[in-house]
Design a protein around this ligand. Structure first.
Ligand code: PMV
Length: 360
């Protein structure tokens, strides 16, 4: 498909008003997206576990205007309060998607959104937030054109979410989603995420992700800035090639269930992401001393017990501790005994692999 395929022709129905709600999860990348081209297209393919507990719920009430407005007409409420300062981000999103959703200026929208995780947890809400918003708008489009089929609905929701925040396109479905052209992944596209299409060993079912909140503050460098620093990055090409290669390897690992190989790919990806940050110009470090303490503790524990626990990182100091269902008791005990001391106010979130967004 190409982006023009998402521009609709005339709508069949006239919808005066209504309300729609979606709950959409966050996701954690295993092979990371870091570096983009124009229009939020990725420089390399990525793959993620969809999460379950970390999610955004968005309700949109809409009402058709007597005459279409010149600008987008909406109110934004976050966790029960009107949030003027979130509006510019939403406005940017609406202007990016307007050509694909030409009805936007015909309506007034009241957007009410809330997260299952604390706003100041250092957990980015852009993936869950943008995917929930994209789904609500797609739902209205489906009311305008009930002939839209499910497969197209899901693809277009992912396509729109991507225009809000790249990684958001991996939050529509579960439990494993791949985004970005990759020769060996059937159906893969730079335009939207697709459900991972190959065999996945039982070892990866019900995988756990305990998120250790090492630093709940605002990130010093946004991911937009970080992505842009990949433009003139000395190692960019090698990194993009490596992501393709790691995805190739993951395909065999998902099939065989080889957890030791899984760990090597996942931890290398996390450290490579941060290595890109440390070697860009300007360079920066998002890990904190406690991030490294946790990583070392995980390595020691693995050495001692032969456990299959491992870590990954996103663009921040928090650590995602990943482990298989079979080891959940022993690893969770280890987390409580040895890792939680490194979290800000001892805070962590127990999450696990999830199955995508749902309509409420
Ligand atoms: O979706 P963005 O632009 O916030 O970028 C996300 C980047 C990482 O979380 C670091 C990696 C990823 O693939 O999710």
């Amino acid at each position: 498909m190409i982006d023009k395929d998402f521009i609709p022709s005339a709508y069949i129905n006239d919808v005066k008003e209504g309300k729609v709600s979606y709950k959409s999860p966050s996701n954690i990348a295993l092979v990371k997206y870091w570096g983009k081209k124009e229009n939020q297209l990725p420089q390399n393919p990525s793959i993620s576990f969809t999460l379950d507990a970390c999610a955004t719920t968005t309700n949109i009430s809409f009402k058709k205007l007597e005459t279409p407005s010149n600008d987008f007409s909406f109110d934004l409420w976050f966790e029960g309060k009107s949030k003027e300062d979130f509006k510019p981000k939403i406005k940017t999103f609406l202007s990016r998607v307007e050509v694909y959703l030409p009805f936007l200026k015909n309506y007034f929208f009241k957007i009410e959104t809330s997260n299952s995780f604390p706003h100041s947890s250092g957990i980015a809400s852009s993936a869950s937030g943008m995917s929930a918003l994209a789904l609500c708008l797609m739902d209205l489009e489906k009311q305008l054109n009930p002939e839209i089929e499910n497969d197209f609905f899901v693809k277009k929701a992912s396509f729109l979410a991507r225009l809000g925040s790249g990684s958001a396109c991996r939050s529509i479905e579960g439990d494993i989603v791949q985004w970005g052209n990759h020769t060996n992944t059937k159906g893969s596209s730079d335009l939207y995420g697709v459900k991972y299409p190959y065999e996945v060993h039982d070892n990866f079912k019900k995988y756990h992700d305990t998120i250790l909140l090492v630093d709940k503050g605002q990130k010093q460098v946004s991911s937009t800035v970080g992505h842009n620093l990949m433009y003139d990055h000395p190692f960019a090409e090698q990194r993009f090639n490596q992501a393709h290669e790691n995805l190739n390897q993951l395909i065999s690992v998902f099939k065989s269930g080889d957890l030791k190989e899984f760990i090597k790919i996942i931890e290398s990806e996390a450290l490579t992401l941060h290595a890109m940050m440390m070697t860009s110009l300007p360079y920066f470090i998002l890990m904190k001393p406690n991030t490294l303490e946790i990583i070392n503790k995980i390595w020691e524990f693995r050495e001692k017990t032969n456990s299959n626990v491992c870590f990954t990182l996103d663009a921040g100091a928090n650590v995602h501790v990943l482990y298989p269902e079979k080891e959940k008791d022993i690893v969770f005990q280890f987390i409580k005994d040895e890792l939680i001391v490194f979290c800000e106010n001892q805070q962590y979130i127990c999450d696990r692999i999830g199955f995508g967004a749902r309509k409420l």
